[in-house]
Design a protein. Structure first.
Lengths: 176, 186
């Protein structure tokens, strides 16, 4: 499976993202249809991009939750107040748990950051800037999937509004 | 005839008919099916529709090859591309015209949520966490929210050129993390 002029990863990513001019996109597609090697690389681009497209992000917007619920995804809300330690048992009949990190003062246009850490080790699991929130409920929605059982079960979520030096802290002890 | 047979050899065997035709057709279909599926995923953004496209295009290719209308490899690629374009356009037109019942909308939406790639959500979260904030944001905006490069640039207040560079590097880093066995223990 040889190719004299393989397409670059950058070109393939641009093609998948729909960012190439039409003539170039057509040239890429002609090449891919005739080239097994580049087509295999493009498949890796596609698989990675598709995983991102279909993922439920860790901090999820309220509208997305409504879409998922409308599509039949079984969602359980788990409200938690700042400073609270929450013992959460992931029910078998639930597809997606949503930790409702509430008790926040959130004006429209607020910039909110969420940091997730392992409670046991303090290791950073993820840091998310400019996350979506529900201003009316004063809450940020943290999506929790069954696959997360592979991560440290005990979690500290810190929510910082407008670079407030003292973030709201929520401790969640998961039982999968 | 082996899997390494050239497109030209396969086309010749198919056009000639006889005992070797079936084997050549199988080889040609196996070679082109994944490439057509990729085209379908890119343009139709749906695994089932991409599979329908593979079927439609391969049937047309086999018919053309049997009739000897496609003989040279470069003709074959152009024929496949043209058929892909036309069929994808027809599929999109049909989707636009169709007014699915409420139940169909629900089923399709539910199907769209099921993962197309066996990427574990925890691993994906961990690998995304290993990227810088900006890189992760570019990936999320580009591939999760499906914004164009210019829209991502405007949202993050960087140039379109920067978006493109960050995007392809970040996607490569994410892929490497997902593929690395050590990534699971990182």
């Amino acid at each position: 499976m040889s190719c004299e002029r393989p397409l670059t990863w950058e070109t393939l990513v641009g093609w998948w993202a729909g960012d190439l001019p039409e003539a170039e996109a057509l040239r890429v597609e002609e090449h891919l249809l005739g080239c097994g090697r580049c087509s295999a690389v493009a498949d890796r681009v596609a698989a990675t991009a598709e995983a991102l497209r279909t993922m439920v992000p860790p901090v999820v917007r309220p509208e997305r939750l409504r879409e998922l619920a409308g599509a039949g995804v079984r969602i359980l809300e788990n409200p938690i107040d700042p400073g609270q330690t929450n013992d959460f048992h992931f029910p078998k009949n639930v597809d997606l748990a949503v930790h409702v990190l509430r008790g926040l003062t959130l004006g429209a246009g607020a910039r909110v950051e969420v940091t997730l850490r392992s409670l046991a080790t303090g290791a950073l699991i993820g840091h998310f800037e400019d996350v979506p929130f529900d201003a009316a409920r004063g809450a940020v929605y943290l999506a929790c999937q069954r696959d997360y059982a592979e991560l440290d079960h005990d979690l500290l979520a810190e929510v910082r509004v407008a670079r407030d030096p003292s973030p709201a802290r929520y401790t969640i002890l998961h039982h999968f | 005839m082996t899997a390494e047979a050239s497109d030209a050899a396969l086309l010749e065997r198919i056009a000639a008919g006889g005992a070797g035709r079936r084997e050549a057709e199988v080889l040609l279909c196996r070679r082109y099916a994944p490439r057509i599926r990729l085209y379908g995923l890119r343009h139709l953004r749906d695994e089932d529709r991409a599979r329908d496209l593979v079927q439609t295009v391969l049937l047309a290719v086999l018919e053309a090859a049997r009739e000897g209308r496609v003989r040279a490899p470069e003709e074959l690629v152009r024929f496949v591309l043209g058929t892909c374009r036309n069929a994808a356009l027809r599929f999109r037109e049909a989707d636009r015209r169709a007014e699915p019942a409420a139940d169909e909308i629900l089923v399709v939406a539910a199907g769209a949520e099921s993962p197309r790639d066996p990427v574990n959500a925890a691993l994906l979260l961990r690998c995304l966490g290993s990227l810088g904030d900006r890189a992760r944001r570019v990936l999320e905006l580009s591939f999760h929210e499906e914004l164009g490069g210019d829209e991502v640039a405007a949202r993050l207040e960087i140039t379109g050129g920067n978006v493109r560079v960050i995007r392809h590097r970040a996607l490569a880093a994410l892929r490497a993390c997902l593929d690395a066995p050590a990534g699971r223990d990182a």
